[in-house]
Design a protein around this ligand. Structure first.
Ligand code: EPZ
Length: 421
């Protein structure tokens, strides 16, 4: 296993290019299972999670050619309809192949995803939506076993106790493209990645309206053609770099991001006193004054994204004053708290909230990554802390960040990867 060693404190300076969005590439890759024709997906980030989805597609019999920054996917004649446990346990997002396989092949067997470090992650909304389209779904030996003679359009309400569900919306939307008749998904997720998927499906010949709102309408069609997609920029990677500039008191320009996808983060960083200016598709982030603590509550898009909660917490631990962070999407998503405490952070958990009392200076320490975004938070804290920080188990980081240590060292961070003895 690898670890990342960081010597702090550093002020980041320079420009960094954002990669394609992991959480857009994954469902778009799954959507290719809906057609027999060739698809080309550009700006696919070279990540562990993308490699896991490639393994799932190849295991189904789909031809996947990996070229620099793009995938050529030829699903013609894939026969297998099983997504095995060994892959799904690596990456929960694999579950979004259920809808496409069932819609195309009328039967599917997908491993029931387990939990993960950020908490219990049920799939009841996925099952509810796909059953509403007329599929018979059973849970047998850890698999969701599905079959249908023909999916039929339906009106599906997909809101759960924590609001809308991104991948449940994706799963049902993909299945509905080949269902007979009209489907309405009510309380659909509005994330930009859902819109990106809908755009790709419409390029394939689907008839989808309303993506990006809470009401998505899908008129079923007989078949879908191949298409080409260029994945949107990764707003969470972009946001992570913006917070990196803030926590190190730096001045960086994030290139190729979608400013309109980052409203909640820009709002909070500006409230805290960070200077953020736009130059076309570039976002310049500078710290020109003492920052103020801000309160954060994570909500479904366009609310503050849960995937930037840990990164913002790291920032708040270095700002004088009290900030309250409330996690409404994954109430247990606080694995980073105990690791940040090892670096001298003062954080108190109360239910789904964390009360953060800023300290003058974090101190470098050996810490352990637990999940993708917690790992990013520890790297950010390490760049602000005095002394050396070793973040172990960085395979978590590699799931969602394309060589983050290279990008950060280009910004002046004293950071490198080492083999863990
Ligand atoms: C997507 O996961 C993202 N992953 C997650 O990013 C992200 O944190 C999450 O959306 C929320 O924005 C991908 O897109 C691959 P949800 P998803 O269904 O779709 C509950 C990262 O770091 N829920 O929107 O699985 C669920 O427990 C990852 O890149 C149900 O109750 O999340 C959560 O509380 C981590 N029943 C809430 O809804 C269900 O059937 C939102 O989850 C499904 C979800």
């Amino acid at each position: 296993m690898d670890k990342i060693a960081i010597e702090g404190p550093t002020r980041l300076r320079g420009t960094v290019e954002v990669s394609g969005a992991k959480n857009s590439a994954l469902p778009i890759m799954a959507a290719t299972l809906l057609t027999d024709e060739k698809c080309v997906i550009k700006r696919v980030p070279p990540l562990r999670d993308v490699n896991t989805m490639i393994k799932i597609l190849r295991n189904l019999g789909v031809k996947v050619q990996v070229e620099p920054g793009r995938l050529v996917i030829e699903p013609k004649g894939y026969k297998n309809y099983i997504a095995p446990y060994k892959y799904v346990k690596e990456m929960r997002a694999s579950f979004c192949v259920l809808g496409p396989i069932l819609a195309k092949h009328r039967k599917a067997q997908v491993s029931y995803p387990g939990g993960c470090a950020i908490g219990n992650r049920p799939v009841d909304l996925h099952l509810k939506g796909i059953r509403a389209l007329g599929a018979d779904l059973k849970i047998e030996h850890g698999y969701v076993v599905g079959e249908t003679r023909q999916l039929k359009g339906a009106h599906v309400y997909l809101g759960g106790a924590f609001g809308s569900s991104v991948l449940a919306t994706d799963n049902v939307m993909m299945a509905a493209t080949l269902a007979k008749g009209r489907t309405v998904i009510e309380n659909a997720a509005c994330e930009p990645e859902v819109v990106d998927l809908a755009d790709f499906l419409n390029k394939m010949g689907a008839k989808i309206k309303g993506a990006g709102t809470h009401f998505i309408e899908i008129e079923g069609v007989k078949r879908l053609d191949g298409a080409e997609a260029e994945v949107i920029p990764d707003r969470i990677e972009a946001g992570t770099f913006m917070v990196a500039a803030a926590i190190t008191g730096g001045d960086i320009t994030v290139k190729g991001a979608r400013f309109d996808h980052l409203g909640a983060l820009v709002d909070k960083l500006q409230d805290s006193g960070v200077t953020i200016t736009r130059h076309g598709k570039d976002i310049r982030v500078r710290v020109q004054r003492q920052l103020r603590p801000v309160d954060i509550t994570t909500l479904p898009y366009p609310g503050f994204p849960t995937d930037l909660q840990a990164q913002m917490m790291a920032l708040m631990t270095t700002i004088n004053g009290i900030s309250v962070i409330t996690e409404k999407i994954y109430p247990d998503r606080y694995m980073h708290v105990s690791e940040l405490a090892r670096m001298g952070a003062q954080i108190k958990l109360e239910g789904d909230s964390a009360i953060v009392k800023g300290v003058k200076q974090l101190s470098g320490a050996p810490v352990m990554a637990s999940d993708l975004r917690a790992s990013a938070a520890l790297v950010l804290a390490g760049m602000a802390a005095r002394g050396r920080t070793d973040v172990s188990r960085v395979y978590h980081l590699d799931r969602g960040y394309d060589k983050i240590e290279n990008k950060l060292s280009q910004l002046g961070a004293n950071i490198h990867r080492e083999r863990e003895e």
